[in-house]
Design a protein around this ligand. Structure first.
Ligand code: NAD
Length: 502
């Protein structure tokens, strides 16, 4: 089918429709290519970087309070346009509208945090660091900063990055996912409406060519990336080799431990949302459930099967749908391939979501019902690899320590959680588990905007996590100034020893 609408770039405050290459953007609910997105070439990326570079001096000199006011105005505009933004998310990503609303809300919380810029950028001051000497540290912006984001949170993940970077005085070039770019672009347009000067935030759509152009551009000082681990590793290695400050957040395979003393009903309902919400396309989703003891496993499975039977799979725009389609046909095929792989590897497929028929009128959509495996083991690919679909695997363990050893041995360390009533077990778990974000009876322990988000091991390359205090650190450079104003009384000759306070 002929694509109807062309999605371009936002450079210097203008919509730009340059570039030879384009890619179809599908509505996953229908399987129809409703739009096409232009894929930026090197010249287009260079124009965006040039615009950001030109906007930097004036933006850097703009008082943080004025920068923060733009954020406050943007929050208001996003709330006013929330329905339109969420419709775009659902039309290109597939997630249900209520979930789109949830991601937008979490994104807005990052804007609220960024609007504290004057407080966040106060720095540190020491009077009389030496006789009549004052010393202070300033948090200065870096210059042009870039962000590269994944498909699964087209509103929220970009909002982890650019509001804080911009509030800190940087200018920004964002390269969103080419699979669902429209909500990201609309939010950027609203930022202009909120008073962001042209060039402070630019959006280039594209693929590897655009990303590589950003990584190789000497004017780009730092890059934030969120996406899959192989790409995160490539981005981090390439950017650091160019001397850039880098942070690259990667994939995940999060385990939930359920202890025999847990409230099974609460665990089941929490795990349903964590495993199948957004079709499992979340880096904090729970695709692995480690049940301690066979009785725990059996009780959980019974509860999960009952809840799965009630689930509605359908278009994200239908308020009755609990779960929408997967993002693309290619991804749909990949996830179904993992289900077949799990069967071939010897796991017990208790619920086969492949049997769920697409809703009437949506036969070409990328629907897959919830899948549930029992007897998953660490030797299996469905245990080791990130599936990013509605596939939950139950692993049986005999003790808390055995369950924790599994988690610690896994290559990813993004999120994890434990369900228990035992405070001592929970404390031991939170203290020693080798994972960056940990929940206790909380299945998706995504840190709030005034903490920071970051996994461990191969879930994060770099030293600093996203948003919150780590974000401020990432998007600023400390400069420490030591100052003395000589007066007649303190004039001295040259001092050749290392300065000290002795
Ligand atoms: P992806 O790695 O395919 O793409 C992410 C970004 O990288 C996109 O903008 C894409 O255009 C670009 N890209 C893709 N291939 C590239 C290449 N070869 N060279 C340069 N750039 C390239 O990820 P995705 O499928 O869009 O998103 C899902 C992944 O993101 C999952 O692995 C998920 O766990 C991860 N994720 C992680 C977090 C986190 O905070 N750790 C959050 C959300 C998503």
């Amino acid at each position: 089918m002929q694509a109807k609408h062309t999605i371009g770039h936002l450079i210097d405050g203008q919509t730009v429709l340059t570039g030879e290459r384009a890619q179809a953007v599908y509505n996953p609910a229908t399987g129809v290519a409703e739009k096409r997105v232009l894929l930026a070439d090197q010249q287009t990326v260079a124009a965006a970087v040039a615009s950001a570079q030109a906007a930097f001096p004036a933006w850097r000199a703009t008082p943080p309070l004025k920068r923060a006011r733009v954020m406050s105005k943007l929050k208001q505009l996003l709330e006013e346009h929330a329905d339109a933004i969420c419709q775009l998310i659902t039309a290109e990503h597939g997630k249900v509208l209520s979930d789109a609303m949830g991601e937008l809300q979490r994104g807005i919380e990052n804007i609220e945090y960024a609007s504290y810029a004057p407080e966040l950028l106060k720095g540190e001051h020491s009077k009389n660091a030496g006789p009549a000497i004052d010393s202070w540290s300033e948090m200065q912006p870096l210059g042009v900063v870039a962000g590269i984001t994944p498909f699964n949170f087209p509103a929220m993940v970009p909002l982890w990055m650019w509001p804080l970077a911009i509030a800190c005085g940087n200018t920004f070039v964002l390269k969103p996912s080419e699979r669902d770019p429209s909500s990201t672009l609309l939010i950027a347009q609203l930022a202009l409406q909120a008073g962001l000067p042209p060039g402070v935030l630019n959006v280039v759509n594209g693929d590897k060519e655009a990303v590589d152009a950003l990584l190789m551009d000497k004017r780009v000082q730092a890059v934030s990336f969120v996406g899959s681990t192989p790409i995160a590793e490539y981005i981090y290695a390439t950017g650091t080799a160019q001397g850039k400050r880098m942070q690259a957040l990667g994939g995940a395979k999060n385990h939930a431990i359920v202890m025999p003393d847990a409230d099974i009903g609460q665990a089941v309902s929490a795990l349903m949302g964590a495993a199948y919400g957004s079709c499992g396309e979340r880096c904090m989703a729970i695709p692995l459930l480690v049940a301690v003891g066979d009785a725990t496993a059996d009780a959980l499975i019974e509860g999960l099967k009952m809840e799965i039977a009630k689930m509605q799979v359908g278009p994200g725009t239908d308020a009755r749908s609990d779960m929408g389609p997967l993002v693309t046909r290619q991804h749909w095929e990949k996830v179904r391939g993992y289900v077949a792989q799990g069967v071939a590897e010897g796991a017990t497929l208790l619920v086969d979501g492949r049997k769920v028929a697409p809703p009437k009128g949506y036969e070409d959509g990328y629907y897959l019902g919830p899948c549930l495996f029992d007897h998953v083991t660490p030797a299996m690919r469905i245990y080791q690899e990130e599936i990013f679909g509605p596939v939950l695997g139950v692993v049986r363990a005999n003790s808390l320590q055995e369950a924790m050893d599994l988690i610690d041995a896994h290559e990813y360390g993004n999120g994890t959680c434990i369900f228990t009533r035992d405070g001592e077990a929970a404390r031991y778990f939170t203290d020693s588990i080798q994972v960056g974000m940990v929940g206790v009876n909380v299945p998706l322990p995504v840190p709030v905007a005034y903490h920071s988000f970051g996994g461990w091991k191969r879930s994060l390359f770099g030293d600093l996590g996203a948003y919150g205090p780590d974000g401020v650190r990432f998007y600023t450079r400390r400069k420490t100034i030591t100052q003395r104003w000589p007066s007649a009384g303190v004039r001295e000759g040259a001092v050749f020893s290392f300065p000290s306070n002795q």
